[in-house]
Design a protein around this ligand. Structure first.
Ligand SMILES: CC(C)(COP(=O)(O)OP(=O)(O)OC[C@H]1O[C@@H](n2cnc3c(N)ncnc32)[C@H](O)[C@@H]1OP(=O)(O)O)[C@@H](O)C(=O)NCCC(=O)NCCS
Length: 150
């Protein structure tokens, strides 16, 4: 198999990342429109506390990861994997692991004490995500994630 190349997504150059994220959202049933995906990714990349990367195989963009960091009393700076997607014909080749490894390196350079990820019930059923992340040494927290729309 060809080498997996990971490159940072930069502001003003988000086209391939947006296309992959749009496919990801569509496949998983999220209704966020492309324009909002594009605007929010651009907002993230203009903020030094966030990061995104593309994975390429044979020069073709096949995967994407986004990371946000926040500062907490408990954790100091903490990273969160926001989005992770690999196109179906390139799965089981280690592309997602390469993206997560790069995200962890970036979080370490940002002095994060830890990195988290939220696993939806659907993501668990469809992609066995807790095993995927457990293999990468992520541990369950037992905490419940709740949100209120503003
Ligand atoms: C979850 C997802 C990102 C994994 O992507 P991926 O590139 O297939 O992941 P990897 O190849 O790095 O690892 C997946 C599996 O392939 C295995 N694998 C990795 N390299 C391999 C290789 N060369 N040969 C055979 N198997 C391999 C890994 O051991 C891992 O095994 P597991 O299924 O037992 O955990 C992908 O399925 C996806 O995009 N799903 C939809 C979106 C999603 O749910 N995203 C997560 C949001 S948090």
């Amino acid at each position: 198999m060809s080498a997996i190349e990971i490159t940072q997504v930069k502001t003003g150059g988000t086209g391939s990342a947006v296309a992959l994220l749009e496919t990801f959202f569509h496949e998983e049933g999220f209704t966020t429109p492309r324009k909002r995906i594009e605007a929010n990714l651009e907002l993230m990349l203009q903020d030094a506390s966030c990061w995104a990367a593309l994975a390429r195989v044979d020069g073709k963009p096949v995967g994407v990861v986004t990371v946000s960091t926040m500062v907490y009393v408990e954790w100091g700076r903490m990273g969160e994997i926001g989005d992770l997607y690999v196109q179906p014909d390139c799965r089981k080749l280690g592309v997602a692991r390469a993206l997560i490894d790069a995200a962890l390196v970036w979080c370490q350079a940002k002095s994060c004490s830890a990195v988290s990820v939220v696993i939806t019930q659907d993501g668990e059923q469809r992609h066995g995500l807790s095993k995927f992340y457990a293999d990468l040494k992520f541990k369950p927290t037992g905490r419940t994630f709740m949100t209120k729309m503003l």
